[in-house]
Design a protein around this ligand. Structure first.
Ligand code: HEM
Length: 215
């Protein structure tokens, strides 16, 4: 007997969940990057920006809850698609391989876990256990002066770059933004969004290591 499947039970439903939660996460990452540009304006600017956010607890906690739900949905759908995909691989119905899709999917399955570990480390380093509570500028600059810590951020943000490049590209496909006229730009748009965030984020530890940003 046929039964109705809810959105999250179908493969396309899971992909839509991935695309929408991913869009929220990319939006946050872009906004977070713009806020972090205050690092280049100095201690007062970055600490002032952080204080402004903390003075708006309702906004801060709403954003945190939305982010947590988005991360949870993103990982749960990814895990479920991954296990489904592994089962399908053994199937005799698999006649051809889509190399482009395989490459993108493989990229997501190594960059995703690295990104998750990076985010956990990042939260412990700057939000949960900061060396100087309240002095965000000092925490960031002192942290990045340590090449090991900068190394973790560089690896994490490179993983982020690969992840959001393929993520944005496949989200366009999932959400059906697939018009022949737009397709030529789809890759370029994914590259542009990804380049701004990745190069921008990599610039922070590199600028500190190069002595361009100091305490
Ligand atoms: C080099 C790049 C980055 C820098 C310099 C940076 C800097 C910071 C700083 C200073 C804070 C603490 C702010 C405060 O306590 O007021 C923070 C929090 C946070 N960052 Fe980043 N960040 C970077 C990249 C990322 C990336 C790539 C992600 C995720 C994809 C991310 C996710 C978060 C989250 C979720 C928080 C906690 C926000 C909260 O709930 O208070 N960050 N970051």
């Amino acid at each position: 007997m046929q039964r109705a499947l809810t959105l999250h039970q179908t493969t396309i439903g899971k992909k839509v969940i991935m695309a929408l939660s991913g869009a929220i996460l990319v939006g946050f990452t872009f906004g977070h990057f713009l806020g972090n540009l205050n690092l280049y304006r100095g201690s007062e600017a970055l600490n002032g920006y952080a204080e402004t956010l903390r003075a708006l607890p309702a906004l801060l906690w709403t954003a945190r809850v939305v982010l947590l739900v988005a991360v949870g949905a993103h990982i749960a759908a990814a895990y479920s698609l991954w296990t489904r995909n592994r089962k399908a691989r053994g199937s005799r119905y698999e006649h051809h391989k889509d190399l482009a899709t395989d490459y993108a999917a493989r990229t997501m399955y190594w960059s995703g876990p690295i990104l998750l570990l990076y985010i956990i480390y990042h939260l412990l380093h700057l939000t949960i256990l900061p060396a100087h509570p309240g002095d965000v500028y000092r925490n960031v600059v002192e942290g990045f002066q340590n090449p090991l810590i900068s190394g973790v951020y560089i690896v994490g943000n490179l993983a982020l770059g690969f992840h959001i490049f393929h993520g944005i590209y496949s989200a366009f496909q999932t959400l059906g933004i697939n018009h022949p006229r737009f397709n030529a730009y789809r890759r370029d748009l994914a590259i542009a969004i990804c380049a701004v965030i990745t190069i921008g984020n990599l610039s922070f530890p590199i600028a500190v290591l190069a002595g361009l940003v100091t305490l």
